[in-house]
Write a protein that binds this ligand. Structure first.
Ligand SMILES: Cc1cc2nc3c(=O)[nH]c(=O)nc-3n(C[C@H](O)[C@H](O)[C@H](O)COP(=O)(O)O)c2cc1C
Length: 177
């Protein structure tokens, strides 16, 4: 099977996640291509692929425009194939705030018309050492409000890599049926 992974990232965590998905897919013996939807001029012929994974992260309650545009432009093709959505956010990291993480996905699905067959809400990361002042204030507020036990100012990853691996395994199984 030839699998396309399209991702949007702002600070890099979703790229890392997409690269991990690509490795898992390749380790299972499939061909895989990675596309950063935010790269200027990013394009690919979707006819060459039998399954699709789209990953994006949430900022100010929205996924990247680049993946919104990709999903909207290709929703018929995506709906006709096995496809999965990985939504990366801090809200996904805690049971109490997962309804908020789900609401970002519901809004994305409503807007784009793409109905992914499988969806994963996945915790992201905080990278205070890389934020500008505005980003730092926003993330400090989210971390405080969410009650995420991040040391103030320290970088921390909330991504559950084991959950990601089993999601990819399940997706490849259903896509191959
Ligand atoms: C400025 C800013 C705004 C954010 N807004 C939200 C938000 O509204 N809800 C949420 O759950 N996470 C929010 N996050 C957390 C990101 O989703 C998380 O840091 C994620 O790992 C970013 O992925 P990326 O590195 O691929 O861009 C925000 C992060 C930043 C820096």
């Amino acid at each position: 099977m030839n699998v396309l992974i399209v991702y949007g990232t702002t600070e890099g965590q979703t790229r890392k996640i997409a690269e991990r998905v690509a490795k898992e897919v390749a380790d299972c013996g499939h061909s895989v291509e990675l596309l950063d939807a935010g790269e200027p001029g990013a394009s690919v012929n979707l006819d060459a692929f039998q399954a699709f994974v789209v990953a994006g992260s949430v900022h100010q309650e929205q996924h990247q425009n680049a993946i919104k545009n990709f999903a909207t432009a290709h929703c018929d093709r995506l709906n006709a194939s096995p496809s999965a959505f990985i939504s990366v956010s801090l809200s996904a990291a805690l049971e109490e705030t997962r309804p908020a993480a789900q609401s970002y996905v519901d809004q994305f699905v409503e807007l784009t018309g793409w109905r992914p067959r499988m969806t994963l809400l996945l915790g992201g990361a905080v990278r205070f050492t890389e934020y500008d002042y505005f980003q730092e204030q926003v993330v400090k507020f989210i971390v405080m409000r969410r009650g995420l036990t991040s040391e103030p100012g320290a970088d921390r990853e909330f991504t559950d890599w084991t959950a990601l691996a089993s999601f990819v395994e399940d997706f490849l199984e259903t896509a191959a049926d």
